[in-house]
Ligand binder design. Structure first.
Ligand code: SF4
Length: 327
């Protein structure tokens, strides 16, 4: 058994930009630019960053929904980077996705029963009666009643639709689920129910999650390890406790300072980041965060920092890409 269920090595996804009268290629968007990640069976790795940092593209690239520009994706010990669609299809059973907007990801013309039975039919699993039983079982696992089978997605609330999306994702008993902002579109009161459901399913089924979110508060309770992304690169990676208690990268510190504190008597010292995330088609020179970093200095504008073990740490337990930390 390989040590890691999923590994990405120096993963790159660059999208061409076309322009002008003849729609010629005029540039590239560096959506993902050298991301290396490791996920063990049964664990959750949170992938966090502002919108446009490339985290969703990483999630989709892992499932090979995009052609890779460079690097490798290794799943269950097999390098799937150069595999054809027909070679990947049998592996897809073990790697599934939960989407941000369950309404868009569920076919509005299908009943819930059909939506959940479809992956079983595609993979030739069970007789019609066995599949019906499995659909009932899936619904009960995600806290939905059997009567949902004949109803359509629009008849459910956002939280219930996300439960249906999760039931579909686990229908084939996968080993890895990429959760792409699965609670961002839901009310705060529903978010924790969905997160608890994901945690319960993880312990029942030994699922691994690559959990994508724009907000560190959401990944706090679900993640074992957290990778913080900025402009297509990982800038800090460590275990979930360390990232909250001892963040080292100035960008991680800013994200943590933005988490609301429930006790109004506790005043949180906020680091306000000025300006927008630069365009990934024209990433800044040197450290890509230098245009917004409150502690940037000369070297940051010219030299790109490497993702290196933080001083005083061992192996790859805490990695940071910052000249200030690693000097
Ligand atoms: Fe800030 Fe420089 Fe560190 Fe980048 S390398 S995060 S600009 S201090």
């Amino acid at each position: 058994m390989p040590e890691y269920l999923l590994e990405t090595k120096n993963l790159k996804i660059h999208f061409p930009v076309y322009g002008g009268l003849f729609r010629r290629k005029t540039g590239k968007v560096y959506a993902v630019d050298g991301v290396s990640l490791k996920v063990k069976a049964g664990e959750t790795v949170g992938l966090v960053g502002e919108s446009g940092c490339g985290k969703t593209t990483v999630g989709r690239a892992v499932l090979r929904l995009y052609e890779l520009t460079g690097g490798d994706v290794i799943f269950e010990g097999k390098n799937i980077s150069g595999m054809s669609e027909s070679e990947i299809r049998p592996l897809r059973r073990n790697m599934q996705m939960v989407f941000q907007d369950p309404f868009e990801s569920l076919d509005a013309r299908q009943t819930v029963g059909d939506i959940l039975e479809e992956p079983l039919i595609i993979h030739g699993i069970g007789s019609p009666s066995a599949r019906r039983k499995e659909v009932e079982n899936l619904l009960s696992r995600v806290g939905m009643t059997e009567s949902s089978i004949t109803r359509f997605p629009h008849e459910f609330s956002g939280g219930q639709r996300q439960r249906i999306g999760i039931a579909r994702a686990i229908a084939l008993k996968p080993r890895l689920v990429v959760c792409d902002e699965p609670v961002s579109a839901l009310d705060v009161s529903i978010q924790s129910q969905i997160l608890n459901l994901l945690l319960d399913l993880q312990s029942e089924m030994n699922l691994a999650y690559l959990f994508i979110a724009h907000d560190l508060a959401v990944v706090k309770h679900i993640s074992d390890h957290i990778a913080v992304m900025y402009l297509g690169k990982i800038v800090e990676y460590t275990d979930a406790d360390t990232i909250y208690q001892k963040p080292l990268h100035p960008y991680t510190k800013a994200l943590i300072s933005a988490i609301p504190v429930p006790d109004p008597s506790v005043r949180n010292k906020k680091t306000v980041l000025h300006g927008d995330v630069p365009s990934p088609s024209h990433p800044p020179s040197g450290c890509s965060f230098h245009t917004r970093c409150p502690v940037a200095f000369d070297r940051c504008r010219t030299d790109e920092p490497e993702l290196l073990p933080a001083p005083g740490t061992e192996g790859e337990n805490h990695l940071v890409a910052c000249h200030l930390v690693n000097s």
